[in-house]
Design a protein around this ligand. Structure first.
Ligand code: A2P
Length: 338
């Protein structure tokens, strides 16, 4: 492998950017030079990368010439403006925002599910899926291949880290404040998030679903390459710091039993089955997912209300597999082409 890869991380000071730096170092990605980019506000700040200090530079004045791989996680509008500039300068852009996910000439890749799509990147841009879709499809793709999924009903329980560093701070501050008899002052979320649940993530659409919910529909179809799959999501923000959970019901064309699904998922890449019908015999964000790589699956059971349906509980660290880890895994796939 080429030892002199120049890697840029755009949004390096954010929750996902920070994890990108940590995961690049952890996985010994062959970084020759690491460029940390953020807004003018953070320029000059020092970040740690593999035991070294890296000084944050201002994206607006940075010249992308010579960058081999750019990992973007600074929001959709930054990606729309800067990703094409990095690609034009010769970089392969791996974009964690939703700016390009639904464009036909931009592949949308989950490394365990459709790694072959990485090569189809005429614009030099590869999109990283939404965190909720990511973990759901790592677990469901093997079932789809075996039995043909026709419909997915999913309710998500999404941690605040998915909304960035300011959201993590709001949950912490609000929790402490309420315990000290202060009134909550919601800023990052539309209503109080501490000790509460919010059935509203991203903007409302004309059809009554939120955009976060529609991402599960659009992205599932694109990644599995099957426009016939029906997806019915409800996305909920919960007062958890790290780790998204999903209660999923899948209907299949062929009959597949819970026991067969359990055996299938025990062999599936990126999946860890934690499924014993006893106290603690299931994954939770805090006990299993937070800070770890796998997608954990438990509560696998036959749907007794339907002849061909299965229930699952899917939990993963939304900042790692849901964002930064998959982006680095895509970068590893790009490197393998060299
Ligand atoms: P900054 O820290 O300088 O604002 P999060 O999703 O955790 O809030 O992180 C968002 C990331 O996107 C941060 O690294 C943030 O940098 C970066 N970002 C936000 N706005 C800009 C901008 N205009 N130019 C470059 N980076 C930006």
């Amino acid at each position: 492998m080429n030892k002199q890869i120049k890697v840029a991380v755009v949004g390096a000071t954010g929750a996902v950017g920070e994890a990108m730096l940590a995961i690049l170092a952890e996985r010994n990605f062959p970084v020759g030079e690491l460029v940390a980019l953020a807004s003018e506000r953070s320029a000059g700040q020092k970040l740690k990368f593999g035991g070294r200090d890296v000084v944050v530079q201002d994206l607006a004045t940075f010249d992308p010439a010579g960058v081999d791989i750019a990992l973007f996680s600074a929001g959709g509008s930054i990606s729309k403006e800067y990703a094409p500039k990095f690609a034009a300068a010769g970089a392969v852009v791996i974009d964690n925002s939703s700016a390009f996910r639904y464009e036909p000439d931009v592949p949308l890749v989950v490394s365990e599910v459709n790694p072959e799509q990485v090569r189809n990147r005429p614009r030099g841009i590869i999109a990283n899926p939404n965190c909720s879709t990511m973990q759901m499809l790592v677990a469901l793709a093997p079932i789809h291949r075996k039995a043909g999924i026709t419909r997915i009903n999913v309710a998500t329980y999404q941690s605040v880290s998915g909304a960035g560093r300011s959201a993590l701070e709001e949950l912490g501050r609000q929790t402490a404040g309420i315990l000290n008899f202060q009134d909550p002052d919601p800023q990052r979320f539309p209503v109080q998030i501490a000790f509460n649940l919010i059935p509203h993530i991203d903007d409302f659409q004309d059809n009554g679903y939120t955009r976060e919910e529609m991402k599960l529909v659009w992205e599932t179809r694109k990644i599995l390459g099957d426009d016939a799959i029906q997806v019915n999501p409800t996305a909920v923000r919960v007062p958890v710091f790290y780790g998204h959970s999903e209660a999923v019901n899948v209907e299949t064309r062929e009959k597949i039993s819970a026991a067969e699904v359990r055996a299938l998922l025990q062999r599936a890449p990126g999946v860890e089955v934690v499924d014993e019908p006893k106290a603690g015999g299931y994954p939770t964000p805090v006990t299993h997912a937070s800070g770890r790589d796998p997608v954990y699956v438990g509560r696998i059971r036959d749907d007794y209300s339907h002849p061909r349906a299965i229930n699952l509980w899917i939990v993963s660290d939304n900042i790692r597999k849901g964002a930064a880890l998959n982006a680095v895994q895509i970068a590893e796939l790009v490197l393998q082409e060299r």
